[in-house]
Design a protein. Structure first.
Length: 227
């Protein structure tokens, strides 16, 4: 999957010349790489290094829960109980596609420890699963309104490099799509696996709030200062 021909198309934004950090940010079900592009200017703070934001487009595939309608999705959703009957094959394919994007950032001069993986909903599920298995220490993990897929396999498949990984998790307490209880269960799993999790809850549905964006900016700033 590291072959450049296999790379997913992506929207890219660079905040300055010669980026020193990369943020690979995966969108949610039915959206595309443009979904989170507009929040980049809201995140940036004075003194940050130049950053390359990479917003890949998920492949188009039929989604069972939506009547088999084809849309951009990181994996199939088989029913309303999203943590059950998981599309493990689709999840693993998307992890491999994310690994190819990480490898491209390496080729462009960004080491793993200066790469942050971020994702919302389905995208967050992929970045969490990928970060646990990635063989080198990453710069950070950001999981928004999401849950950990293949949680039962995580202990056996976790890499030593993921232990201690700085992780930002956020969830809406009114989320009807991915219940906050699933997010809390995932947080406990990541903590048990040795990740350094910062948890935030907001009185919102399956969305992103202004306070959340401010908290993300503060957390990212800590990564840039320490890295």
């Amino acid at each position: 999957m590291s072959d450049t021909a296999a790379l997913l198309p992506a929207v890219e934004t660079e905040t300055g010349p010669n980026p020193q950090w990369s943020v690979i940010w995966l969108h949610g079900l039915g959206a595309d790489g443009h979904d989170f592009e507009p929040i980049v200017p809201q995140l940036l703070e004075r003194g940050w290094p130049a950053i390359r934001f990479v917003f890949p487009h998920a492949p188009v595939r039929p989604v069972t829960i939506n009547g088999g309608m084809a849309m951009r999705a990181w994996y199939d959703i088989l029913g309303t109980e999203i943590a059950m009957r998981q599309d493990e094959k689709g999840v693993r394919e998307s992890i491999a596609q994310l690994e190819a994007l990480i490898a491209r950032e390496n080729q462009r001069g960004i080491p793993d420890e200066r790469i942050i993986l971020a994702g919302f909903s389905q995208g967050g599920a992929i970045v969490m699963a990928a970060a646990l298995r990635h063989g080198k220490h990453l710069g950070g993990l950001m999981a928004l309104s999401t849950y950990l897929p293949m949680a039962e396999q995580s202990s056996d498949e976790q890499s030593e490099a993921s232990k201690g990984l700085a992780t930002f998790m956020a969830h809406g307490s009114l989320d009807p799509v991915v219940p906050q209880a699933l997010g809390l269960m995932s947080r406990e799993k990541l903590v048990a696996l040795g990740l350094d999790v910062e948890w935030h809850s907001y009185a919102m549905p399956h969305s992103v709030s202004a306070q959340e964006i401010a908290d993300i900016a503060a957390w990212m700033g800590q990564r840039f200062r320490s890295g």
